[in-house]
Design a protein around this ligand. Sequence first.
Ligand code: AR6
Length: 175
Amino acid sequence: MQVTVGTSILELVEGDITQQDTDAIVNAANEQLRVGGGVDGAINRAGGPQIQEEARKIGYCPTGKAVITTGGNLKARYVIHAVGPVYRGGHQGEAELLASAYRESLKLASARGISTIAFPSLSTGVYGYPVKEAAKIALKTVKDYLKDHPEIKLVRFVLFGTPTYQTFAEALAQV
Ligand code: AR6
């Protein structure tokens, strides 16, 4: 599923983010930038140890922010490590922190001349954010950014499994 925002494309696909050929893929990281499970584990396994070596040198990334490393052996040249919030019921600033994690990743892409980028659904695995709410925030934040930043030509959400894909597809129809 695809929509255009200005001159850019916003796309939803079901699949595995480690296989994407965008300039950058985004990792759902933790503040310590230590390899965990979920999409983080998959990206580090597929990309090799260089990613973690660079991440270790950076050392820390606060929730709502993002840092960038090599893509190692991945098709993508870069991995942007975004730290989404742990969901604690929705009244601890989670929505703004989730939006910020997407926005900061996009800002980093713009600054580095990255024009195509793939995101997973940040915070909706181990960090427990309800997918329906997270999808609306993710899509609105990306759409708003693309309106002002035509240098980003493609944002692809790579959703793991049909239920997550469907939830994003429904949210895209609403935002
Ligand atoms: N491609 C795309 N999406 C994936 C893949 C994949 N290969 N594998 C899993 N997902 P999570 P979080 C989906 O838990 O909630 C780690 O331990 C998954 O189904 O990876 O932000 C980190 O180190 C879900 O929809 O990230 C942190 O400590 C989405 O990716 C913590 O988990 C995000 O799930 C971050 O938790």
